[in-house]
Unconditional design. Sequence first.
Lengths: 221, 107
Amino acid sequence: MPDASVGAIAFVTLLTIMVGARGIRVARTPDDFMVAARQVPPALNAAAISGEYLSAASFLGIAGLVVAQGLGALWYSVGYTAGYLVLLLLVAAPLRRFGAYTIPDFAAGRLGSVGLRQATTVLVLVIGWFYLLPQMKGLADHEAWLVRVLKRWNRRLLDWALWHQRAVFGVSVVSSDAAVCHAVLSQVADAVESIGDAVLTDRATEIVTMGERMYGELDGR
Amino acid sequence: MPGLGDLREDTKHGRLLVRSYLRAQLGLSLMCLTLALVVTASFPLIAALDPAVARISVAGLPLTLLVLGFAFYPVLLGIGWFYNRQARHLESRFTDLVSPPERPPDA
């Protein structure tokens, strides 16, 4: 059953839709959406992005890592920052020159396909949903309704993949490197184990044995 | 003189102009990326070549803390600023090239 968190999510979603519906009267073109019709100066926008960036991960996480592993852990924050530079050099600037504001815009504009735009949008949403999963687990809220739904999808996906063994093997065979194949197989075994379903576990054991035999031959070749 | 008309009509000259502009922008991006990589890789490389470097302390603070906690950020910001300026410069040069400024009315 959905719980209080779903109510909160529904409230925020409704609020966003209402703001969007109001905004649509003012904003007519994609340019109107970009940093509020360019009314937000760069410094203020940078401050907003920084606010988002200074999350629990960067305050508590980095401090904790430095305590646990020493000063080398500061590399994480250097990495995040360098990531912004790479984003600027390879993604943001070309997108801006192209005249697109989002990756779906760019995909649709560059390759002239509406289907591709929709596929990109769906991918972004799926990635967002699975990004939520570890966050909620971190909050010890692993029995929340949303997490249960995501887990059920995960289970279905695994169920499908295990009965279509090419889907499992195909991922690893491309590299034809035995080490990668073993890694993929052990990941499958771990994923199935975390679900705790007897039928799936049996099937996974079969698949892993089959795979190990196959890759063993590959290795000896 | 090739110009805006060539771009609109997608002629051979127009395509050549656009391609050279895109190559210049890509070259700039890759140059800045290499610069950032060299800067970030230099500290661990130096520390690996001479482990004593990691034990240096400046005014009671370990050098590693100063470099990883402070020194990298202005450098990365500087590279971003430099990139932004150069990219704008390339952009305005391209715009000037394809549409030469109008002759002043009194000339």
